[in-house]
Design a protein around this ligand. Sequence first.
Ligand SMILES: Cc1cc2nc3c(=O)[nH]c(=O)nc-3n(C[C@H](O)[C@H](O)[C@H](O)COP(=O)(O)OP(=O)(O)OC[C@H]3O[C@@H](n4cnc5c(N)ncnc54)[C@H](O)[C@@H]3O)c2cc1C
Length: 322
Amino acid sequence: MKDFCVIGSGISGATIANHLSKKYIVDVYDKARGAGGRASNKKFNLKKSFDHGAQYISPKNIKFKRFVDNLISKKILKKWPGKHLFLKENIKENKKHIKIIGKNGNNAISKYLLKDINCFFNSEVTNILHKNNIWQLTFNDGSKKFYKSIILTCPFPQLKKLSKKYIKHSFINQKIKMEANITIMMVVKNLGSKISSYFFSDSVLGWAAYENSKKRFKSNHDLWTLQSTPKWANKVINNNRINKLQNSKILIDKFFKLTGFKKSKILHSKNHGWKYAFNSNPLKIKSYWNSSLRLGVCADWFVGSRLESGWLSAKDLSLKIK
Ligand SMILES: Cc1cc2nc3c(=O)[nH]c(=O)nc-3n(C[C@H](O)[C@H](O)[C@H](O)COP(=O)(O)OP(=O)(O)OC[C@H]3O[C@@H](n4cnc5c(N)ncnc54)[C@H](O)[C@@H]3O)c2cc1C
C-alpha cells in the first residue's frame, strides 16, 4: 500500500506532495482536468489562454520570495511587464509591487512541483473512511483506493463536508467564510491598450488583466480577464449559472466605462463563477496534522487569501509530519 495521498493539485497540494515525495510514495488526486487549482489557466485555443484564477504573485514572506526567485531563474515564473494602473481619483501607476506570473500560465508552480509525481485528474474524492489504520478513498466513479496517510487541501467548505468527523480541532467548527468572485474571459478587437492591468476602485468590477501584455502569445485580438469585487460576487454567485449573460454584460460594460476604451464588438466571452475564492481572515493555526490518524490539512485559507498563503501552510504541515 502506498504511503500518502494528497487531495488537490493547487499550490498547497503540489508543495506538500513535492516535499513528501522525497521520502514517501505519494499520489495526487484532483477533480479538475489539470494541475493548479484556483491558479488555473484556461486555453482559448492552442496558443492563447487566460489566467482566470490567481492573477499574479507579489511575495512578502522572505522564504516564499526565495522560492519564487528560484523559479524565475529556472524560467518557470517571470515578471509581468508593462504598466499596472491603480484607478482611484487620480490615475497613477502602481509601482508598489512587482507582479510575477507563470511563464506559460499561472498554474506553472503546481505543474513544476508535480512534474515527477503520480497525478490523477478528473478524480473527485466523494468519501473518505478510516478503518483498521487504513484510509479508504471513494471516487465519483465508485472506485476505491487505499493509503496509509491522507492530506486534504480543498477550500474550507469542501474540506468540512469530506472530513468533519475526523478533525479533532476547533477550527473545523469555526465560521470560515470564503468569498466569491466572478471572472469574465473576453476577446475583443485590438483596443490599443498600453496598460497591462487595471485595479479599479469600484463596487462591481475589481480588476482587469490584459493577457496579451504577458507576452506568451501574439494576436491581432485582445484577450482580457475581468474580475468582479468579492462584495458584488457574494451577492450574485448563487444565481450566476442562470444569470451568466446578464452578469457578464454588467462587468463588460463597467470595463469599458472605467477604462474609457471605446466599446467594441465582443468576439468571445466566458463567465466563470468562483464560489470559494478567498478567505480574508487567517486562522490561529497554519495547518493541521493528526499523527494518530495520519491525516493532514493544508490550504491557503489557514494563512490568508493568496498563493503565498497556500505555500506557507504546506511548509508548516511539512514540519509537523515526521
Ligand atoms: C478569482 C481569483 C483571483 C485570485 N487572485 C490571486 C492573486 O492575484 N494572487 C494570489 O496570490 N492569489 C490569488 N488568488 C488566490 C489563489 O488562487 C489561492 O490562494 C490559491 O490558488 C489556493 O491554493 P490551494 O492549493 O490552497 O487551493 P486550491 O487552488 O483551491 O486547490 C485545491 C484543489 O483541490 C481540488 N479539490 C477540491 N475538492 C476535491 C475533491 N473532493 N476531490 C478531488 N479534488 C478536489 C480542487 O479541484 C483544487 O484543484 C485568487 C483566487 C481566485 C479564485
